[in-house]
Write a protein that binds this ligand. Structure first.
Ligand code: FAD
Length: 513
């Protein structure tokens, strides 16, 4: 039998693919003479204090970037610890981000459906009411199940959770609540926090960030959302469905400015049709909170006369910034970029050897699945593997109704790059399943290279767009052409057929329109 190496609590064959090659083992453990030293090493590792003080990898932050990095590193045979200062694992995403917001979006979609949509299907429900406490209770249960799930995965993979705030005291050293630990590799995965706005002081009661907006005790009469991005529009939708008047104040001339322009315009129309008031090209210059509400001062983005706007609750959602406070990066000399993010190379390495960073605290989209993929890739790189992330194939989704989803490039980006392209579109109005669902708003748009036919971008607004986009992300990842998508058999009747038809439309041969 090949000599087993000891790393991370599970014996691994040194030759096994992906096994950790990062650090020297005691000579005796490699089968050399002196087995008693090895036995001593194992006994010491297993039987000393319950929390060892030296690891192959210490990850700081247990969000989707950090916890996935920890799990993957442990799977590859490394001895791993993850530092988390929150009382539960899972980071922003599971505790106060993706998961609770999707729970509330889903619950309020049901409410909206029962109130306005079921009758179309001949389902008569009578008076429809909501129970906010129960809705919030459901959200809490969902969050609990998810964060406990990560704790279970840590135990399963023998990952040590170092509870408390971590800081890097020197290369290879992490301090957690006064105790120092050693690590060959340190991963910064401390995520992001809400960007403040001068003159608008958050108290998480009257003026809230997304965290407060997930916890409101009653439906506000008038909710003003500062920032027309994903988080503001999703949480604005939640409270609007429950009866709040929602006004979105956005500095730019459009909502969610990263969207393909055509899709963005449809999105704006859909939000307005639902009753959301949009104040584009407008900035908030001040906010005064009192017991009865908030008085906002607005001005045109380009400058001009100010106006007042009263709100019961204000949601500040103008973006997120890296959360790096207290980490000691200045002391160890880790460089930040011009936007205060940890600067990394193509292998997530900072300028200080042995220190890496991933997720929201580095460049790129602030998305949970991007952070996860980086966590996994980094663990594999540390183990000597050569993973690759195609940043062009990372989908993004706005979970409003209709949903909006995109992957790859927009028409505007391709024009700016001077790339010749073809476009195929198909409306849900002509899709049998969408008609059966009575959800016919929106379209699928596929952009392909004019010469090679490679899929360059996919943009969907409509029912379940966030699920449908996966097919186009895979097309980009696999280097598929629009013809490949068009020639793939799609089950009937499904919403996915709209993707196939849009692919057919790239060559002007959609069948059902
Ligand atoms: C309301 C909302 C909704 C969102 N919805 C979506 C969505 O639907 N889909 C999506 O893809 N993304 C969504 N996001 C974004 C997503 O949550 C983030 O992109 C993702 O959580 C980033 O993961 P991360 O691992 O980089 O950091 P985080 O999830 O922010 O985790 C970082 C962790 O590090 C901990 N930490 C920080 N400093 C220290 C320290 N010094 N010591 C110990 N621990 C520390 C923090 O407590 C935190 O738990 C949403 C965000 C918000 C706010």
């Amino acid at each position: 039998m090949a000599a087993a190496s000891w790393a991370g609590g599970s014996p691994v064959e040194p030759s096994a693919e992906g096994a950790y090659h990062g650090g020297p083992l005691p000579p005796a453990c490699t089968g050399a003479p002196g087995a008693s030293v090895c036995a001593g090493f194992l006994r010491g590792t297993l039987m000393s204090a319950t929390v060892p003080d030296s690891f192959d990898v210490i990850v700081i932050g247990a969000g989707p970037g950090g916890y996935v990095c920890a799990i993957r590193a442990a799977q590859l045979g490394m001895k791993v610890a993850c530092v988390e200062k929150r009382a539960t694992l899972g980071g922003t995403c599971l505790n106060v981000g993706c998961i609770p917001s999707k729970a509330l979006l889903h619950s309020t979609e049901h409410f909206e459906e029962a109130k306005h949509k079921l009758e179309t299907h001949g389902v008569i429900v009578g008076e429809v009411r909501y129970d906010l406490e129960k809705m919030m209770g459901h959200k809490t249960k969902v969050v609990d199940a998810n964060v406990k799930g990560v704790e279970f995965l840590f135990k399963k993979n023998k990952i040590t959770w170092l509870k408390g705030a971590g800081s890097i005291t020197a290369p290879g050293k992490v301090a957690v609540d006064g105790k120092e630990y050693a690590a060959k590799h340190i991963v910064i995965a401390t995520g992001s926090e809400s960007v403040p706005l001068p003159g608008v002081e958050v108290d998480e009661k009257r003026i809230v960030t997304s965290t407060g907006a997930l916890e409101l005790e009653k439906v506000p009469g008038h909710l003003v959302v500062i920032g027309g991005g994903v988080i503001g529009l999703e949480l604005g939708s939640v409270w609007q469905r429950l009866g709040a008047q929602v006004t979105v104040v956005e500095f730019m001339d459009r909502l969610a400015p990263g969207l393909d322009l055509e899709i963005g315009k449809q999105f704006e129309r859909a939000m307005t049709k639902q009753g959301m008031k949009l104040k584009l090209k407008t900035k908030v210059t001040g906010a005064k909170a009192s017991d009865s509400g908030v008085e906002l001062t607005l001005a045109p983005a380009a400058g001009g006369a100010e106006e007042k706007l009263s709100a019961d609750i204000v949601l500040l959602a103008i973006g997120r910034r890296p959360h790096l406070a207290g980490l000691g990066l200045d002391k160890v000399g880790v460089k930040l970029d011009e936007r205060g993010r940890v600067e990394v190379d193509g292998h997530f390495a900072t300028n200080v050897p042995g220190i890496y960073a991933i997720g929201d605290c580095i460049t790129g989209a602030m998305l949970a699945h991007k952070a996860e993929d980086e966590g996994s890739a980094l663990a594999e790189m540390i183990a000597g593997q050569k993973p690759h992330i195609n940043y062009n194939a990372i989908p993004s989704v706005i979970y409003t109704w209709p949903e909006v989803a995109a992957v790859g490039e927009t028409e505007e980006q391709l024009k700016a790059r001077g790339v010749a392209y073809k476009v195929g579109k198909f409306p849900f109005l002509a899709n049998g399943r969408a008609r059966a669902m009575a959800e016919t708003d929106g379209l699928v748009k596929i952009i392909a290279d004019a010469k090679t036919d490679l899929v360059l971008g996919g943009h969907i607004i409509g029912p379940d767009a966030g699920t449908l986009i996966a097919e186009l992300a895979m097309a980009i990842e696999f280097g598929a052409s629009s013809e490949d998508v068009a020639r793939t058999c799609h089950a009937h009747p499904t919403l996915n057929e709209a993707v196939k038809e849009a692919a057919l439309a790239v060559e002007g041969r959609a069948l059902h329109i």
